[in-house]
Design a binder for this molecule. Structure first.
Ligand code: BDR
Ligand code: CA
Length: 309
């Protein structure tokens, strides 16, 4: 039986590739995509999610729009990374489908309640929707198998020297999620920066039908920011690693560690403070990804994208 999943996302180049990976993978059943303001506005992330599902010929998968703003802060988008639309690069037709009539948190709650087996949540944007879900529907936790999220870092951040973007964008929401007692796997920058894809695979991708061509164009644009910032000719496909961990459990090597979220210090807000060496007595609350075979994962990812042809 495939693992039932919901992807909560802010597409976003790597979000889009993560969604395509899920669709291409028989090991998982994508019950829906929910959207949140993050890389770009909620309006854009929702439109982008619809575009990607239609690109993959899966307009039947519902897209439910959620929170447009973090719990208590203003939304600060990442257009320096993803462009003005959040998905700059390829030209995709306007979607024919409309978003689901339910708000993302009501959609998630209804889907979790209806589904016979517990569902795995894969949040790959700011954690606003997941925090709201837990607050509004505390009983749904029993229907959540695990949460495999892209966010945070043991080491350096990418939005600030201390903080990774998804956690930095809504640290109060992240604190709710990490304090929830759910089975959490944190796929952070420590591993996603090992999963690098650049234009060297574009010829192969372009042979993979329209989805492959679009991924090649996404990569070309996405590498731009990483070239300017890190001097890399490749880009980490962050969000796809979280989906990959659900498709291939054990893809990332983890340790069960205590993770706290900084919500007040102006200098380090959004930092995931990971007790890597267990120097406190704090009870572990997350399986923190520490290592992975990045190139082997990228091979699997490219193969799956090409299989969408
Ligand atoms: C995360 O932030 C976003 O820019 C990406 O989509 C990813 O989810 C990486 O820090
Ligand atoms: Ca994302």
């Amino acid at each position: 039986m495939p693992t039932p999943i919901i992807i909560d996302s802010d597409p976003g180049h790597d979000d889009a590739i993560a969604i395509l990976l899920a669709i291409a993978s028989p090991e998982v059943e994508l019950l829906g995509v929910t959207t949140v303001g993050g890389n770009t506005s909620l309006e854009n992330t929702t439109t982008n999610a619809l575009k990607i599902l239609e690109l993959a010929n899966r307009p039947d998968i519902p897209v439910a729009a959620g929170a447009g703003h973090p719990l208590v802060r203003d939304l600060e988008v990442a257009d320096h990374v993803h462009g003005r639309t959040g998905l700059d690069g390829p030209k995709l037709p306007e979607p024919e489908q409309r978003p689901h009539h339910l708000h993302a948190i009501d959609f998630m709650a209804a889907t979790l309640e209806e589904h016979a087996a517990p569902v795995t949540l894969i949040p790959v944007g700011p954690l606003t929707n997941i925090a709201l879900l837990l607050r509004r529907y505390p009983n749904v936790v029993e229907q959540i198998e695990r949460v495999v999220l892209m966010g945070g870092a043991v080491g350096l951040g990418n939005r600030t020297p201390s903080a990774e973007f998804n956690i930095w964008a809504d640290p109060e929401a992240a604190a709710v999620v990490f304090g929830s007692g759910l089975d959490i796997t944190m796929v952070g920058l420590d591993v996603t920066h090992l999963a690098l894809l650049g234009p060297e695979r574009n010829e192969e991708l372009r042979g993979g039908g329209r989805a492959g061509q679009v991924v090649a164009e996404l990569i070309e644009f996405f590498v731009g920011f990483h070239r300017d910032t890190y001097g890399l000719e490749q880009a980490p496909i962050h969000d796809a690693v979280a989906v990959g961990e659900v498709i291939w459990p054990g893809l990332v090597e983890t340790e069960h560690l205590a993770v706290d979220i900084e919500t007040s210090s102006p200098m380090t807000v959004g930092r995931t403070v990971v007790d890597r060496w267990k120097v406190t007595d704090t009870v572990p609350n997350a399986h923190v990804a520490l290592n992975m075979d990045g190139p082997a994962f990228i091979d699997r990812l490219v193969t799956r994208i090409v299989s969408l042809a």
